[in-house]
Design a protein around this ligand. Sequence first.
Ligand SMILES: NC(=O)c1ccc[n+]([C@@H]2O[C@H](COP(=O)([O-])OP(=O)(O)OC[C@H]3O[C@@H](n4cnc5c(N)ncnc54)[C@H](O)[C@@H]3O)[C@@H](O)[C@H]2O)c1
Length: 337
Amino acid sequence: MRKRTDLIGLKSQKTMKHFLITGGAGFIGSHLAERLLSMPDTAVTVIDNFDDFYSSSQKHANLQTISEHPHFSLIEAPITHQNYLTKILRNQHFEAIIHLAAKAGVRNSIDSTKEYYDTNVMGTLALLEVTRSLSIRKFIYASSSSVYGENPNVPWRETDTDLQPISPYASSKISGEMLGRTYAHLHGIQFLALRFFTVYGSRQRPDLAIHKFADLILNGQPIVLYGDGSTRRDYTHISDIITGIEQALQYQGAGFEAFNIASGKPVTLQKLVSSLEVALGREAIFVHREEQPGDVFQTYADLSKSQQLLGYQPTVSLEEGLREFVQWKTALPHLTL
Ligand SMILES: NC(=O)c1ccc[n+]([C@@H]2O[C@H](COP(=O)([O-])OP(=O)(O)OC[C@H]3O[C@@H](n4cnc5c(N)ncnc54)[C@H](O)[C@@H]3O)[C@@H](O)[C@H]2O)c1
């Protein structure tokens, strides 16, 4: 795998579009790196510290298909190391930074709030400073549906400023957006906050519901269902998310904008589990518990703004998306059946 010592050469940059992806070894980032590298004359540099939130071997596996690509580079470092990053990237010309690195996960943020703020807020600030120093004009930020929190006015619109976060993770994502808005205003950076809604598909983080449920069902263990199964999520397949990011990369408008990137078709927890049972060809065993603090009742995106300004239109149905996920999951060598 290419480390910092052999970043893409200056010569090749003149004919190439070069993108900087933070968190590029993770679930969404590795899919994005792969999609961008499949295009001609495109180079990708990933910054990732292989954070221990989940196994670094899964993250190394995520990069396997692109690790030998001649236009791929990896910088193994934390995003908070602003001076170091500015120094080693200073001779590179980037079209855009796509900032996906974060401490993700709602529940853990309740007990590890400082770590979440150090990475999600101070890390975003450090990268905005790197962006200024390197004169990068475009900053795409992975925000989250969790910023809407308990706002009851569904479907949620980006124009609705009544954000009601109920977890430190959600408030850290709002803080990142607000930093971006300020930097866009002061320094003329185009800052696009993409509010992703529950992303699933191959390489999904192991802490997320679909992946966790699949592990339990495959191992014949009970699924703990919090609440009565009527909570709803706007599950979005990874390929629609990546298309949304690509469309944001094309977007020409100036300043700060927020966009919902979702399926726009929320389903109940009950429906999700029954669809997963069909995809896996196995039945689930259930244990019911009370709802968890930090979890919202529903997520539901209005997509009219992202459709109108980005041309975003999700195409993958839940059934198709779950089939793709299960195909990946069941092909993993270490799976216990
Ligand atoms: N997956 C979802 O459903 C979802 C929904 C909404 C928003 N998001 C956001 O999208 C982004 C990507 O999420 P994901 O699901 O791919 O998560 P992920 O954990 O798979 O990827 C994040 C990557 O960031 C890296 N990272 C963490 N801290 C870092 C640091 N200090 N320095 C450098 N790298 C660091 C991790 O090692 C990891 O590879 C995150 O910002 C997340 O908040 C995800």
